[in-house]
Design a protein around this ligand. Structure first.
Ligand SMILES: [Zn+2]
Length: 498
C-alpha cells in the first residue's frame, strides 16, 4: 500500500528505499482493485520510476487481477506513453500480449487515438493482424472512434481497409457510426473498398447512416454510390468548376468573372471613349498596372508557396529517437513538431494547411482569391498583387468620376464605381496589414494563433517575437535579400534576451 502511494506521488527515492528493504517482490503486490504499482506507474507515464523498476528487474508484466487482466503495457497504451512502452519492451515484455478481450497494446493505442504510439509500435514490429475477440483490429478501432489521421496512417502502413470483423463490419461501417466524414471519404477512396457491402445484420454503411439520420453522411454516400454505378466515366463537374470541398473556386470565379466579363468590357466600351485623349497618362498607368496585377496574380496563384518536402528522414528519425528524449517529464513532447500527414518535422513558422493538405514554410494564410496558400516563396508576389490591385482600383475610381463629370449619371457605371470602391478599401486595408506584419516580421497565422506557439513567448509567458530584427532587416528578409534567422541562432538569441 505504501509503495502504491509513493508511485502516485512519483517519489523515486522512497520507492528505492522500499525495494531495497523488501526486495523487488514489493512491485508484485496487488492493491484492493487488483492492480500492481507498475500498472499505476505505466498509466501515469512515470518514466523515471519505470526505468528504475526495469533496471532492478522487477515484475513489470503481471496481469491485473481485475476484469480484462490487462498488463502495465496496456495501461501505458491507454495514455499513449511511448517511453514507458519502450522501457517495457526493453525489459522483455511482448508487444503483442493481449488482454482478456484480445486487445493488444496496439489496438488499445488505436482506441484512444495515439497516432505516434501506434506508429512507434508498428515500427517496432507489432503484429498488424492482431484482432480482439470480436475480430476488430487497430484500423477498425481507429475508424470506429473517428481518428482520421490514425486511420490514414494505418492504411498507409498496410492495414486492409476491406477487412470485416466478426459482425461482418468493415472499417467503413464503423467510420459511419463515428460520423467522421473525412475518415469516411478517405476509406471510400481506397482501392477495392465496397460501398454497399452488408454486415451480418444485412446493414450497408448507407443503411447505418440512415438508421442514425446522419444527413451529411447519407448525402455523401448516396452521391459516391451513384458515381460508382454510373457508366459514364467519372467526372465531377462541380469539383472541376468549384474545386473540391474546402478548396472552393467559387470566390475566385466570381471575382475574376466580374472583372473579365464586365469590368474590362465596360472600361473599353465606355471609359476609354470618353477620356483616353484627355487622361492618357492615367489610362497608361491603368493598363500597365493591370498587366502587372495579372502577372503577380498568376505567379502567386500558380507557384509553389513553399510546400515542405514530404516523407522526410527527420520524421522517421524523430519517431525513433523520441523514446530517448529526456524532457518528456517536463511536459515537452518532441513529437509535437511532427506532421503525420506529410510525415515531416515541421520547422518553426511552418504550418499544415488543411485546405491544400500540405505543410507550408512560413505559412501566412490560405487565400481563396489566389486559390493557393501564401507562404515563404510566393509572399512577395502576393503583397505586390494586393498593392497593385489597390492602385488599379483607385485609378479606376478616378476615371469613373471623370466619366460622371462628362456624361452625367449612369446606374451601370455607378455599380462599377461601388464595386471598385469596395475593392479599393479592402485591398488597401489588406496591403497595410500585410506591410505591418512584414515590418514587425510576423505572419497572419502567428498573429491569429499567438497562444499556440511557445516560440512566441518569453519565459514569463508574455508575447515576444524572436524573429523581429528591426524594420529594415525585416523588410530585407521578407524580400529574400537577407537570410532568415536559423533555429540554432534563435535559441541563442532568446537566451541572450531573457
Ligand atoms: Zn503537413
Amino acid at each position: 500500500k505504501e509503495i502504491l502511494q509513493l508511485v502516485n506521488h512519483r517519489n523515486l527515492q522512497e520507492c528505492q528505499r522500499i525495494i531495497e528493504e523488501e526486495g523487488v517482490e514489493a512491485l508484485g503486490q496487488y492493491d484492493e482493485k487488483g492492480h500492481t504499482p507498475v500498472h499505476w506507474a505505466a498509466l501515469a507515464g512515470a518514466t523515471e520510476l519505470l526505468r528504475y523498476f526495469t533496471d532492478c528487474r522487477g515484475p513489470v508484466n503481471l496481469p491485473s487481477q481485475a476484469e480484462l487482466a490487462q498488463r502495465p503495457i496496456h495501461w501505458a497504451a491507454v495514455n499513449g506513453h511511448i517511453v514507458v512502452v519502450d522501457l517495457l519492451l526493453e525489459a522483455g515484455v511482448s508487444l503483442d500480449v493481449a488482454d482478456q478481450r484480445g486487445c493488444t497494446p496496439l489496438i488499445i493505442a488505436a482506441q484512444y487515438g495515439h497516432t505516434a504510439l501506434c506508429y512507434y509500435m508498428i515500427s517496432k514490429g507489432a503484429r498488424p493482424q492482431a484482432c480482439d475477440f470480436e475480430g476488430d483490429n487497430a484500423l477498425h478501432w481507429a475508424a470506429f472512434k473517428g481518428h482520421f489521421e490514425l486511420t490514414c496512417l494505418l492504411v498507409y502502413s498496410g492495414f486492409n481497409p476491406r477487412q470485416a470483423d466478426a459482425f461482418g463490419q468493415t472499417p467503413l461501417h464503423l467510420a459511419v457510426l463515428s460520423r467522421e466524414l473525412l475518415t469516411i471519404q478517405f476509406l471510400c477512396e481506397q482501392d477495392g473498398v465496397q460501398l454497399e457491402v452488408e454486415d451480418k445484420n444485412g446493414n450497408t454503411p448507407l443503411k447505418l447512416a440512415k438508421g442514425r439520420k446522419y444527413e451529411d453522411i447519407i448525402a455523401y454516400l448516396e452521391k459516391t454510390i451513384a458515381q460508382s454505378k454510373s457508366l459514364i466515366p467519372k467526372f465531377d463537374w462541380s469539383a472541376f468548376v468549384f474545386g473540391p470541398p474546402g478548396k472552393s473556386k467559387g470566390p475566385i470565379l466570381f471575382f475574376y468573372g466580374c472583372l473579365l466579363l464586365w469590368g474590362y468590357p465596360t472600361y473599353v466600351t465606355q471609359i476609354v471613349l470618353v477620356s483616353f485623349n484627355k487622361l492618357w497618362g492615367f489610362h497608361l498607368a491603368f493598363l500597365l498596372g493591370n498587366s502587372l496585377m495579372w502577372y503577380l496574380f498568376l505567379k502567386a496563384s500558380l507557384m509553389d508557396p513553399g510546400f515542405l518536402p514530404q516523407d522526410s528522414e527527420e520524421y522517421y528519425q524523430a519517431i525513433r529517437q523520441a523514446v530517448y528524449f529526456n524532457e518528456w517529464k517536463q511536459g515537452k513532447n518532441p513529437l509535437n513538431r511532427l506532421c503525420h500527414t506529410c510525415r515531416l518535422e515541421k520547422p518553426l513558422r511552418s504550418k499544415h494547411c488543411r485546405i491544400t493538405n500540405r505543410c507550408v514554410a512560413h505559412f501566412d494564410h490560405y487565400c481563396p482569391y489566389i486559390y493557393n496558400d501564401v507562404g515563404y516563396r510566393n509572399r512577395t508576389y502576393f503583397l505586390g498583387f494586393l498593392a497593385s490591385m489597390c492602385l488599379n482600383s483607385i485609378i479606376g475610381l478616378y476615371l469613373c468620376l471623370d466619366w460622371f463629370n462628362v456624361m452625367g449619371r449612369s446606374i451601370f457605371i455607378g455599380v462599377g464605381f461601388l464595386f471598385l470602391a469596395v475593392i479599393a478599401v479592402i485591398t488597401g486595408l489588406m496591403t497595410c496589414t500585410c506591410l505591418y506584419t512584414v515590418a514587425v516580421n510576423t505572419t497572419t497565422n502567428e498573429c491569429l494563433n499567438q497562444q499556440k506557439y511557445s516560440y512566441l513567448k518569453d519565459k514569463r509567458g508574455h508575447y515576444h517575437n524572436p524573429f523581429d530584427r528591426g524594420i529594415r532587416r525585416n523588410l530585407l528578409e521578407f524580400f529574400h535579400l537577407v537570410r532568415p534567422l536559423e533555429e540554432g541562432h534563435l535559441k541563442r538569441l532568446e537566451e541572450l534576451i531573457v
